[in-house]
Structures are given as C-alpha cells and as structure tokens.
Ligand binder design. Structure first.
Ligand SMILES: [Zn+2]
Length: 136
C-alpha cells in the first residue's frame, strides 16, 4: 500500500485527466486555425477548468500573480517562456515544471486546480521545428 500525503481521490485524477484531454483537443483544433493568422501567443490561465485570465506575452519578463481560493501562484512570463516561479502548494510540482515555450505543453498545479497553457508556440532560438534534412 502506497501512502501519500496528497489527499487526491481517484475521482480528482479522472477529472484532471479529462480537463487535460479536453484542453489538448481544444488546442490541437485551435492551432490549425490560429497558426496561419500569426496571432501572437498568450498565456491562458485556467482555474477549475475555467479560463480565468488571458495574458499576452510581454516583450520583457513580467510577473503575474494568481490568487485563488486554493492558494497563490506566481508566474514569470516573457518572450523566452512561461515558468512557475513560486507557489504555496504542498507539492510544488508546478514550480519544478520546465518552462513553457510551446502550445503543446502545460504547467499544472493540481492542489490549486490550476492549469497554465500557451495559445501558440513562442519563437525561441532553439525551436526544433525548422530542422532541415541534411542530404548526404
Ligand atoms: Zn503547485
């Protein structure tokens, strides 16, 4: 028997999985339409599965404080990515999540029912999508 201090019921896991799945499908569809429009990406902050806030990517790094009934999270948002800088959740898994640069990723803070996503890919220097095939 694995004992854990996280009091997540199995049902919570299912709800979170469904939310993530729904978000993934939504963004897959959205990207098809949005990519060609050149819409600048924005950070989308979901709480309890509801879009709470949309923050455009600033040209310089900014802090965004998210305060909900569940707790406080501090995001760092900038052209180089989106990272969870601070959080008062117990696990702090979100703080240790790699910074977001692409629309297919997400930072989740399960204790705070928080999901952070990008509406599009950031144009980072080391973006691997334009790799040309080297013909030998
Ligand atoms: Zn967290």
């Amino acid at each position: 028997m694995a004992t854990t201090k996280l009091h997540l019921k199995p049902w919570d896991g299912i709800v979170v999985a469904l939310l993530l799945l729904a978000a993934a499908v939504f963004f897959a569809l959205w990207q098809k339409d949005g990519a060609s429009l050149g819409t600048p990406p924005a950070v989308e902050i979901y709480v309890d599965g509801q879009l709470m806030r949309t923050v455009p990517i600033p040209s310089h790094k900014e802090e965004v404080r998210i305060e909900t009934a569940y707790g406080v999270n501090l995001l760092h948002i900038g052209p180089e990515g989106v990272a969870m800088a601070e959080a008062d959740c117990a696990s702090r898994d979100c703080v240790h999540t790699a910074p977001l640069t692409r629309a297919d990723g997400a930072i989740a803070c399960l204790p705070h029912r928080l999901l952070v996503r990008l509406s599009g890919n950031l144009s980072t220097k080391d973006a691997p999508e334009e790799v040309d095939v080297v013909a030998g």
